[in-house]
Design a protein around this ligand. Structure first.
Ligand SMILES: Cc1cc2nc3c(=O)[nH]c(=O)nc-3n(C[C@H](O)[C@H](O)[C@H](O)COP(=O)(O)OP(=O)(O)OC[C@H]3O[C@@H](n4cnc5c(N)ncnc54)[C@H](O)[C@@H]3O)c2cc1C
Length: 353
């Protein structure tokens, strides 16, 4: 038998960030992931945005999450010798005088001055966008190029850890008091990071997931002038040159990874409202966000089997949440440090029977 500290099932954002944190802490890791299946991480916009929504809601735990996020991802770029973090900032143009007035009132009421500034876009902005050139600018916002990050993490983990590209078969898992056995491995624990596929996990499917399908369009806008993300209900991420990504839709039905005509139509309608120029579609992608009923992650240990763990439920904000909670989970495993009670799955132990 090969010994390892942690078996990790899944190499999306959750599994990859967790594996990197475990290695950093000195644990040994074996990844088991099926590279042939569609995943949420590979189609995500990768946005990082501390203040979201029409009513300017500060992201849960914004101060804790965002204080170290830029340093975290730039540190990973160095470790993984790759470029994937884009601290572009995000611009939300005002739609008129009333929007400006209510936004300023919200900023003052919720103390958002550290996160949002009023800014004037440069002249080229109005050649492309219908909105006003004045708006709110979020300097801490940006985006993570998810495929670039996942590929770089996989290259690193294939060298520094064990990596098995295969479907995880639950029938092959044997859970003992002191360890788990799977194939040729004996591990101190197994941590499931399967995203939406956790609904097939016999040990954790009882958790109250609330998955949400999302779609984005890849496209080209001629002479695209914005180097920040622009958000007006939907967002547009600048991918370099005239290439952009437009997103995203939310649907609690049809939970599949198939691009739909309805998704495309919704996004093109939004583009029509935001833009003065045509949006030429070059691609469409769909995925299912592993969201949860109470909109908090699922982090922690199985109620009865102490060798079984989960890191999931990152929802629509995985890029912002993953580093902070992977760190907490690793410190919990190694030193017994507390996992935030709103993220710890202990909050749902009463549901387990
Ligand atoms: C359209 C869209 C836009 C989004 N935009 C953003 C955004 O702007 N910002 C943001 O922060 N988040 C965004 N998200 C959410 C983000 O994608 C998720 O929070 C995050 O990527 C979830 O990662 P995960 O690792 O939990 O799941 P996944 O990425 O789905 O990974 C699951 C992993 O488990 C593996 N797996 C599952 N079951 C098995 C098995 N039985 N055997 C072997 N392997 C298995 C899969 O192969 C995969 O490696 C978006 C999502 C979508 C769909």
């Amino acid at each position: 038998m090969k010994k390892t500290d942690c078996l990790i099932v899944g190499s999306g954002l959750a599994g990859s960030v967790l594996a990197l944190e475990l290695l950093r802490a000195g644990s040994t890791v074996t990844m088991i992931a099926d590279s042939s299946r569609s995943t949420s991480s590979r189609v995500a916009g990768g946005l990082i945005n501390p203040v979201t929504g029409k009513y300017l809601a500060k992201t849960w735990l914004a101060n804790e999450l965002f204080s170290g996020l830029a340093a975290y991802y730039t540190g990973l770029e160095t470790l993984l010798s790759a470029s994937f973090y884009h601290p572009t900032g995000l611009f939300r143009p005002f739609t008129g005088a009333e929007h400006r007035r209510s936004s300023l009132a919200q900023i003052a009421k919720h103390g958002l001055e550290d996160y949002l500034r009023i800014r004037q876009a440069d002249a080229a902005f109005s050649t492309c966008f219908t909105g006003e050139t004045e708006g709110m600018y979020a300097p801490a916002a940006g985006w993570l190029d998810m495929p670039a990050f996942l590929d770089a993490a996989a290259r690193y983990l294939q060298q520094e850890a064990e990596w098995v590209d295969a479907v995880f078969d639950f029938a092959g898992l044997s859970v003992q008091e002191e360890s788990v056995n799977y194939g040729e491995w004996e591990a101190a624990r197994i941590i499931f990071c399967e995203g939406f596929y956790a609904r097939h996990n016999p040990y954790f499917s009882w958790l109250p997931f609330n998955p949400v399908k999302g779609e984005t369009l890849l496209g080209v806008i001629e002479d695209y002038p914005a180097d920040t993300i622009v958000n007006q209900g939907k967002w547009i991420i600048p991918l370099g040159g005239d290439r952009v990504r437009l997103g995203a839709t939310y649907s609690w039905h049809e939970l599949d990874f198939e691009p739909s005509a309805r998704g495309r139509e919704e996004l093109l309608q939004a583009a029509g409202k935001m833009l003065k120029k045509p949006f030429s579609v070059t691609g469409q992608q769909a995925g299912v966000r592993p969201a949860t009923k109470d909109r908090r992650p699922f982090v922690g240990r199985h109620p009865q089997q102490e060798r079984l763990w989960i890191f999931n439920g990152l929802g629509a904000k995985g890029v912002s949440l993953a580093p902070y909670f992977a760190g907490q989970l690793v410190r919990n495993i190694r030193h017994g440090e507390l996992i935030h009670p709103e993220a710890n799955i202990e909050r749902f132990y009463a549901l387990y029977s």
